[in-house]
Design a protein around this ligand. Structure first.
Ligand SMILES: [Fe+2]
Length: 202
């Protein structure tokens, strides 16, 4: 069974003007598709592994034969991270009461959380992701390089931003800070809350 590209849950222009249509088309149809294709190629020799959910593969990378491990890590991460990323974006979704409460409890205030998440995004050198995760029942901000995911460390991502240049360069060029600022206008807080509740139930 091959992995397939998950369709975007909205139109390509749904996040305009903060994330432009052309970026979404290239990001989803080309970059995300390439991760799917390369993950399938990496799993081609292993019929048994093709049925394993990507989260599970990334949580047990040591079980992947060594010659394919890096490819699964990079391309499997690329598939999973983008699947989650599309879902946690939507315009005009105000933060929920529940998420306000848990963010205030963990960080003191929304502004402190926003500053820490922004710093994690801006301080990640090169390509990668910044994340809000649930780790042992607690909220934590982390960043990863390349397509590495906190799933591999047993953490449960609930909000993430893609800080590869392919995510923003067409519109923002070198202005990563402006992209991160605008990302806060397209967070789907209802989905973030759903993921939070799922994470703390485990
Ligand atoms: Fe990306």
């Amino acid at each position: 069974m091959k992995h397939e590209l998950t369709p975007l849950p909205y139109e390509y222009n749904a996040l305009e003007p903060y994330i432009d249509e052309q970026t979404m088309r290239i990001h989803h149809d080309k970059h995300h598709q390439t991760y799917v294709d390369k993950l399938n190629a990496a799993l081609e020799p292993y019929a048994g592994l093709q049925k394993v959910p990507i989260e599970t593969l990334l949580q047990s990378l040591n079980t992947i034969p060594e010659q394919s491990r890096n490819a699964v890590r990079n391309h499997g991460g690329g598939v999973l991270n983008h699947n989650q990323f599309w879902n946690i974006m939507k315009k005009d979704v105000p933060i929920t009461h529940k998420m306000t409460e848990v963010i205030n409890h963990a960080f003191g205030s929304f502004d402190v959380f926003k500053k820490q998440f922004t710093d994690a995004s801006l301080n990640r050198f090169g390509s990668g992701w910044a994340w809000l995760v649930v780790s042992n029942g607690k909220l934590e901000i982390v960043s990863t390089a390349n397509q590495d995911t906190p799933w591999s460390e047993g953490k449960h991502p609930i909000l993430m931003i893609d800080i590869w240049e392919h995510a923003y360069y067409l519109k923002y060029q070198n202005k990563r800070a402006e992209y991160v600022e605008n990302f806060f206008k397209v967070i789907n807080w209802e989905e973030v809350e759903r993921l939070y509740l799922e994470a703390v139930k485990k």
